[in-house]
Design a protein around this ligand. Structure first.
Ligand SMILES: Cc1cc2nc3c(=O)[nH]c(=O)nc-3n(C[C@H](O)[C@H](O)[C@H](O)COP(=O)(O)OP(=O)(O)OC[C@H]3O[C@@H](n4cnc5c(N)ncnc54)[C@H](O)[C@@H]3O)c2cc1C
Length: 441
């Protein structure tokens, strides 16, 4: 079979690319390994609860992207307000931690604010915070030793499972808020709900979960093969093979496969590139979702847990902000554990989650649980160590020269959002439509 554009992977990036090409009446074929498209943005419906592949909240940074997506989300996605907090030293303080010390014991509040002010003074009088710092030293220099010790270090160590002094800061961007002195001082004096950060409000449907977004984009796409995984790609011949052995000749390949998996299935890749791709690292997430009988116990969309007593780094409740994701008289909770390497034992994680949710007073008894859905998300968070930027850049350059645009969160091997995945899919299609940025055979 011959197509002009072969799109590998039917997550948001692949689907958005297919949507653009389809709207322009261009030949394409999208192949998705799973039986359902959507990638990370799928939802599981069980006993009347909808659960996402862990918390997935849609927010737009760019008006043009919101406009593009509006035809797929229409009025079904409604604006909701985030209520995120941190559970630390036996109490809840508002997110972001660095700006909201009032909920903490007074000694911690003092330690955090003094450290922050010292760091701010050092910066004012000459200490430069720069791009080449490692994440650990960036924390000390920008938020000070107190906030680093009490939140930034333990939380990030638990999430990343990677030495913080071997991570760069290039992933942070808008994801790690940097408050002003006034905000830190105000937040130390009185408790307030904060709108800081990139996602104070978000869009979400009443029911059906986040999967309604990819389903909306996919609607009417005629060339979408599900259950069709790419097994091998020959860049010289511009030919791909599916797991079934089926051959597809293409002119352009848009791949949203994880970059390291694209490398694995590429024939004729220079040995040096194959070797350096081994340096790409990521942290995985094991997500347990519970559907429970009873009244909504907490008002929080999500809660960060820096302390080691909790094996999970984050837990939350989508029903706290969207009650209709659970049947009447019920609510939902989710818990996220990160891991690297061997997958953890689900039974042990489940026992730990239930014990801690009881201790927190979020549930009274296991008997309340009417649904449990476990979801494994391999390579969830790309690790930005000293190799990541260079290896990714050289692989992307190589693929681009060979007619492949590698897009999406894992295609670019980055810390991206739903918005950026859609945008990259659209841009790849536009490159093909306008003939720019694509290398012809
Ligand atoms: C824990 C977590 C929480 C997140 N929360 C949010 C949030 O709240 N808000 C937000 O905006 N973003 C969030 N994101 C980011 C968001 O999920 C992603 O940016 C986006 O979904 C990525 O889409 P994608 O198409 O790039 O990748 P994916 O969704 O990974 O899609 C890639 C597709 O390729 C398919 N595939 C893989 N191998 C093959 C093969 N060999 N052949 C064919 N197909 C293949 C996969 O099955 C998959 O469907 C979160 C991410 C994580 C990990």
């Amino acid at each position: 079979m011959k197509v002009q554009t072969l799109i590998a992977g039917g997550g948001l990036a692949g689907l958005s690319c297919a949507r653009e090409l389809s709207d322009a009446s261009r030949s394409y074929l999208l192949v998705e390994k799973q039986k359902e498209a959507g990638g990370l943005c799928r939802s599981v419906i069980d006993k009347g609860f909808s659960f996402d592949y862990t918390g997935h909240f849609l927010h737009f940074h760019k008006p043009a992207m919101r406009q593009w997506a509006s035809r797929f989300i229409g009025k079904i996605f409604k604006e909701r307000r985030r209520h995120a907090v941190i559970y630390s030293q036996g109490g809840y303080s508002e997110y972001p931690y660095q700006e909201n010390n009032a909920g903490l014991p007074s000694a911690t509040n003092r330690e955090n604010v003094l450290g922050y002010l010292e760091a701010a003074l050092h910066q004012r009088f000459g200490k430069k915070i720069n791009d080449s710092q490692n994440f650990k030293s960036w924390c000390l220099d920008s938020v000070g030793p107190g906030i680093s010790k009490n939140f930034m270090f333990p939380y990030n160590q638990k999430l990343w499972k990677f030495p913080l002094d071997q991570m760069t800061t290039h992933w942070m961007g808008r994801f790690v808020p940097s408050p002003k002195i006034k905000e830190v001082v105000d937040g130390a004096l009185s408790k307030k709900t904060s709108d800081s950060g990139y996602n104070a409000t978000f869009l979400y449907p009443d029911s059906g979960g986040i999967s309604l977004l990819p389903q909306g984009i996919a609607k009417g796409l005629s060339s979408l093969w599900r259950g069709a995984g790419i097994q091998k790609v020959d860049l010289k011949k511009r030919r791909a093979w599916l797991d079934s052995g089926f051959e597809i000749d293409y002119e352009f390949l848009v791949s949203s496969l994880p970059l390291n998996q694209l490398v694995e299935c590429t024939e004729g890749l220079p040995i040096k590139l194959r070797a350096s791709a081994k340096q790409l690292k990521a942290t995985s997430i094991y997500n347990i979702n519970f559907g429970l009988k009873g009244q909504q116990p907490i008002p929080y969309s999500w809660v960060y847990f820096p302390e080691n007593e909790f094996q999970f780094h984050r837990a939350g409740s989508v029903s706290a902000c969207v009650p209709t994701v659970a049947p009447k008289g019920h609510f939902s909770l989710y818990v996220e554990f990160s891991y690297r390497g061997t997958k953890p034992n689900p039974a042990q994680l489940g026992r730990h989650a239930i014990q801690k949710l009881k201790q927190l007073g979020w549930i009274d008894s296991e008997k309340q649980i009417v649904s449990r859905v476990d979801l494994d998300l391999p390579h969830s968070y790309v690790i930005y160590d000293r190799y990541r930027d260079e290896v990714t850049a050289e692989l992307l350059r190589f693929y681009e020269k060979n007619g492949v645009q590698s897009v999406g969160r894992y295609g670019r091997w980055e810390y991206g959002s739903m918005e950026s995945a859609m945008e990259q899919g659209i841009q790849a299609a536009q490159g093909i439509l306008t003939g720019s940025n694509v290398h012809k055979k």
